[in-house]
Design a protein around this ligand. Structure first.
Ligand code: ZN
Length: 221
């Protein structure tokens, strides 16, 4: 078992942005100045800091040194940074949030709040349940409304590709395809590394976070 390991995205690290996609037993005690909200499978993007009872599936901040995070176990975590370092966001998108276009809402809201263009954003998509393991039924297919991300499976069932669903939404929002990076693997396939709600049925979650770099040190400080 890997205790509190965080996986990094090379493109975010190159920007000097601290971040991590947590594996099993990643813990908020490992991340200072962290804001988390109550995730409700919606599409609200809220500026941090927030009280933890605030309902939001995406948090952003423009504050140097401040961190925002989400918790998942099979759902898709997205960590987003402006390449000009004006702000960062953490996003949670399961099938409900993905079907409701959480990623598009997050990109539009973040760009509006930070006064940046979508093609300035770098997006890392972290470990989530892959199409190898994510069987869904007809109601989910109808909500997703995009057969290009659904492969036929057992009668009346489909294998849903959440990565591709979110990637398509990001590109449609104006994010450059080469600035979308994938980190980690299928949560359901790797019980030694990841929590999986579908596999374990428990309340176990993994923490994913991103932080604005601290502000420049003032001359003479
Ligand atoms: Zn799998």
């Amino acid at each position: 078992m890997s205790d509190g390991v965080f996986e990094r995205c090379p493109a975010l690290s190159e920007l000097g942005i601290e971040h991590g996609f947590g594996e099993i037993d990643s813990d908020r005690a490992q991340v200072a100045s962290l804001s988390l909200a109550r995730q409700v499978h919606g599409t609200a993007l809220v500026e941090a800091p927030v009280l933890e009872e605030v309902e939001a599936d995406a948090l952003y901040t423009a504050e140097p040194g401040a961190a925002v995070g989400v918790r998942t176990a099979d759902c898709v975590p997205l960590l987003i940074a402006d390449g000009g370092l004006r702000g960062v966001a953490a996003v949670h998108a399961g099938w409900r949030g993905s079907a409701a276009r959480m990623a598009e809402t997050a990109v539009a809201g973040l760009c509006s709040a930070l006064h940046v263009m979508p093609d300035a954003l770098v997006v890392a998509i972290g470990p989530h349940i892959g199409p190898c393991c994510y069987e869904v039924d007809e109601p989910v297919r109808q909500a997703v409304r995009d057969d290009r991300v659904l492969a036929p499976g057992r009668p009346g069932h489909y294998q849903l590709d959440l990565f591709e669903l979110n990637r398509r939404q990001l590109v449609r929002s104006g994010v450059s395809g080469d600035r979308i990076q994938r980190v980690g693997e299928c949560t359901h396939c790797h019980p030694d590394r990841y929590a999986s709600y579908r596999r374990d049925g428990s309340g176990r979650r993994m923490l994913h976070w991103i932080r604005m770099p601290p502000g420049p040190v003032a001359p003479g400080a």
